[in-house]
Design a protein around this ligand. Structure first.
Ligand code: NAP
Ligand code: MG
Length: 494
């Protein structure tokens, strides 16, 4: 059977790339399974997409926000009927297990539902003026065409959470999804097309980040850039876009801690840590990668985690019963194994895992064991650098204060969690944790459409995503002064 070739979606139509080049979309659980081929686009494709977005802007901006949002509502209905299809495609191209893929599609649907509603609420403020009979208020206006760049680890939800608010705000979109996961974004684009979005309002260009991604981000017409991915690339994009005065938001890496105090509910903590560290093969920006435990509960918790990690069923996420899928590709697998090797070299104690899995069908995928290290030193690479794999670093703390200091002792600041029965300790942790999102007695992972999502320190720059903030990012405020005396001659001295 011939392999399906995906096109770019530009100016309302699926078109082949001008380069004629494609890359295969491979299942990381089984490299014999090639899902499709996606374009390796070039500069002409990037330019054509922004030409279309630029042409579409005047009439899209003139379309009332509730009407713009109705297209998103239609896409929600279309995709609701395809939840299974999208989840299966995602499972095959990214490797996450089917239940997680379904969860991600559901999250994307929640975001579509939320932003469809926001079209009715795109509001400024009416504020009093110093001057009598003067109406002063703010209007929210779209910034213009925008460039969106997304990673492979949430190949459906992130394209949704960037594009839906941009569209509702009135900004034509050019999206470049990660080359490793083209199909999930295509299924979203199909829904936008079927929802009847006017041509040029939504454009999708595939290709390498280093070539076409860079061109899109650098296009003078991209008035805002929204990026999710690694720190190194995000900061580069931030710098370049700042130089030409574009608005930028970058959501980047994490090194998220869970603190467990002696008084914690052990069962609850084990569940949350296993889900946070090994769910999605550790390939979540909010994954739990550090566990900081006080002395009284340390050994019991480590024992429980070891046996849970050993019992996890690793394999192809489409198979029933499988609990953890593969690394997304050869490069990520090598990164996981290198981090494991370095941790051993740095003197950490390998409690379980640590090896690539190659038995039987697993040899055709990029599988690594769920891995736990104890005796990790705070300054070592495993305690400081994002692995983006199923590798948990356990650090021991002597007190709450030491645990909090260790939790904050990284350059990242995305999510954190504490397990304790003490309201006092929980409140002090909420106050002191240097993150964008803090959890109490639950895993570090997860987010909801209506709640702002994003990090501080080296994790995030710009506006929070999702929620109302995610919409506001794509707008600027226009301040209006309307003197309705019609005859006042003196000028406001302020
Ligand atoms: P990545 O390598 O930084 O890539 C992200 C996207 O940027 C991809 O589409 C990539 O294209 C593109 N890109 C690469 N170089 C570029 C350039 N010079 N100009 C413009 N675009 C460029 O990240 P990843 O490996 O896909 O994702 C993993 C990272 O994302 C982790 O660090 C994770 O923590 C982070 N993440 C953060 C959040 C958050 O909300 N904080 C959420 C999810 C993931 P190609 O790869 O297709 O070539
Ligand atoms: Mg990458």
């Amino acid at each position: 059977m011939a392999i399906e070739r995906i096109g770019n979606f530009i100016d309302g139509a699926w078109v082949p790339p001008t380069t004629g080049e494609y890359a295969p979309n491979v299942n990381p659980a089984d490299t014999n399974d090639v899902l499709a081929e996606a374009p390796l686009s070039g500069s002409d494709d990037a330019k054509a997409a922004f030409d279309a977005a630029e042409r579409a802007f005047p009439s899209w901006r003139a379309t009332p926000p509730p009407k713009r949002a109705r297209y998103i509502a239609r896409a929600f209905t279309i995709l609701t009927s395809r939840l299974d299809e999208v989840a299966r495609a995602m499972c095959r191209e990214e490797g996450k297990v089917l239940s997680e893929a379904k969860g991600e599609v559901q999250k994307g649907l929640n975001l579509l539902e939320f932003y469809a509603g926001e079209g009715f609420r795109l509001h400024g403020k009416t504020l009093p003026s110093e001057m009598a009979r003067t109406l002063t208020y703010t209007l929210r206006e779209p910034v213009g065409p925008v460039a969106l760049v997304s990673p492979w680890n949430f190949p459906f939800a992130i394209p949704v959470w960037k594009s839906a608010p941009a569209l509702v705000a009135g900004c034509p979109v050019v999206l470049k999804p990660a080359q490793l996961t083209p199909l999930s974004a295509k299924l979203m684009a199909d829904a936008y097309q079927e929802a009847g979005l006017p041509r040029g309002v939504f454009n999708l260009v595939y290709g390498r980040g280093s070539t076409v991604g860079r061109l899109l981000v650098d296009d003078e017409r991209a008035r805002a850039v929204s990026f999710t991915g690694s720190n190194e690339i995000g900061i580069d994009i931030y710098t370049r876009a700042a130089r030409r005065g574009a608005r930028v938001t970058c959501e980047m890496g994490g090194k998220n801690p869970v603190v467990v105090l002696d008084d914690a509910d052990l069962d609850l903590a084990v569940e949350g840590i296993v889900a946070g560290a090994f769910g999605s093969t550790g390939q979540r920006c909010t994954a739990t990668s550090r566990l900081i435990v006080t002395g009284g509960i340390h050994d019991a918790l480590v024992e429980r985690l070891k046996s849970r990690a050993r019992a996890l069923k690793v394999g192809n996420g489409l198979e029933p019963g499988v609990e953890m899928g593969p690394a997304v590709d050869q490069v990520q697998l090598a990164q996981d194994l290198a981090a494991i090797e370095q941790a051993q070299g740095d003197g950490a104690k390998l409690e379980t895992g640590g090896r690539r899995l190659t038995e039987g069908a697993l040899q055709r995928g990029f599988f690594v064991e769920p891995t736990v290290f104890t005796q990790v030193t705070p300054g070592s690479a495993l305690a400081q650098e994002e692995v983006f794999g199923p590798v948990l670093a356990v650090l021991k703390a002597g007190s709450f204060d030491e645990a909090l200091a260790l939790a904050n002792n990284v350059r990242y600041g995305l999510a954190s969690s504490i397990y304790t029965r003490s309201a006092n300790a929980a409140m002090r942790f909420i106050e002191g944790s240097e993150v964008g999102m803090v959890h109490v007695n639950q895993a570090t992972v997860g987010g909801e459409a209506q709640l702002p999502f994003g990090g501080v320190k080296k994790t995030g720059v710009g506006e929070k995503e999702m929620a109302e903030e995610g919409l506001n990012f794509f707008t600027h405020l226009k301040t209006v002064f309307f003197d309705y005396t019609g005859s006042r001659r003196e000028t406001n001295i302020y």
